[in-house]
Ligand binder design. Sequence first.
Ligand code: SAH
Length: 261
Amino acid sequence: MPKFFIDPAALRAGDGGQRQVTIGGADAHHLARVLRAKPGDRISVTDGQGNLYEVELAVVTPETVQGDVLQIGPDQAEPALKITLFQSILKGEKMDWVLQKGTEIGITAFVPILSDRTVARPAPHQFAKKQERWQKIVTAAAKQSGRGLIPTVHPVTPWSAVPRLLTEHFTLVAWEGETTCSLRQALSQREQLTAVQLVIGPEGGFSPEEVEALVHQGALSVSLGPRILRAETAGPLAAGLLLYHYGALEPAPSTFPNNGR
Ligand code: SAH
């Protein structure tokens, strides 16, 4: 049985004080008609904010499914390491790929940035529309891959605004011109990490001045190896390596072992 995403607003207190959940639309249809769910069945429902609910179904129709919340737990699909990918906007489908693959892999948030050599420069009046489209891609990928959280796509961010966003956490800038520090070396200095910001350049790469400015802000410049990766490859690869390094690619125990889903 797949995991269902609900809007936290779909949760409300029932008569006995117990929390109830209502599922409508395509998910109700899918549960009733395709999965042939029955009252009494238990399903897992996520609120997209990292919480998982075990729900016992009470009413199942193709229009509406209702159930009672039996228990709540942390969604094990969410990695303990929160990765924010600052990705220079890429041309056409490439940006879509990074968002989709990055979401499957486990990135928590995306910040689309405009750096010096960014070729795909949407006009300011298109920013909101782009963000909305990208958010849809990420939302679909989060559902498809069983994430417990729908990653956030932040607004298009000009380069000048990037440094002040980088102050909170450990920041890595992937630079093909880095000749000494590998990702492995950078991480070996950090035993425990809960959040990391990863900065990836556009098709033409970062200028040395841009890398310098980030390093000046406290970012660590890292190499991803002796080959030049396409801009759309670098972010998903680095995210996967980070999650692997911190043990976030292990199979997770089921949050509710008894419902078998
Ligand atoms: N300037 C290069 C290509 C840039 S690759 C050229 O035109 O030849 C696009 C982005 O991917 C870079 O900005 C960097 O963030 C990342 N990247 C690609 N290969 C990399 C490597 N070997 N090490 C670190 N980062 C890399």
